[in-house]
Design a protein around this ligand. Structure first.
Ligand SMILES: [Cu+2]
Length: 148
């Protein structure tokens, strides 16, 4: 409002004012273009990192045999897509990752395999009386990270 009033009042400064606005918009556009380039560069970087994607479909608290061992190399970007037909929590011990699941809510564990070794996944089903708190059920899957 005040800008429009000032422009109407001082006609001589109007062109200068418009020029300033134009250069302002130019600067903004340049900034946005720079930002877009930066984002593209980041995407290219991310694309250069091999990503290994796994699916874990937990049925009655167990996994199919071919989903029980996840093999990756150190430095890999890892994505684990998890579903469960019963509510509970999935833990990846050693990497200190966890995901809460319900039949309606799938989850993803996304991380970089920074440490080599074998790490157990554990499933903590909700609603089983003795399984709450710190008690851990048997390991039902493992992450194997090989050195490069
Ligand atoms: Cu656990």
């Amino acid at each position: 409002m005040s800008v429009a009033l000032r422009m109407r009042g001082a006609t001589r400064n109007c062109i200068g004012c418009l020029d300033t606005m134009r250069s302002c918009i130019c600067t903004l556009l340049r900034l946005l273009a720079g930002l877009a380039l930066a984002i593209a560069a980041l995407n290219a970087l991310a694309a250069g990192t091999p990503e290994k994607t796994f699916n874990m479909n937990i049925v009655h608290g167990a996994l199919a045999a071919d989903e029980r061992v996840l093999r990756v190399d150190k430095g890999d970007a890892v994505r684990v897509r998890v579903t469960s037909d019963t509510p509970g929590e999935l833990h990846l011990h050693g990497y200190r990752l966890e995901a809460k699941l319900t039949p309606a809510a799938r989850a993803e564990l996304v991380f970089t395999a920074y440490a080599t070794g074998r790490y157990p996944f554990e499933w903590h089903g909700a609603g089983r009386g003795g399984q709450t708190g710190s008690h851990h059920g048997p390991a039902f899957a493992a992450l194997e990270v090989r050195p490069k």
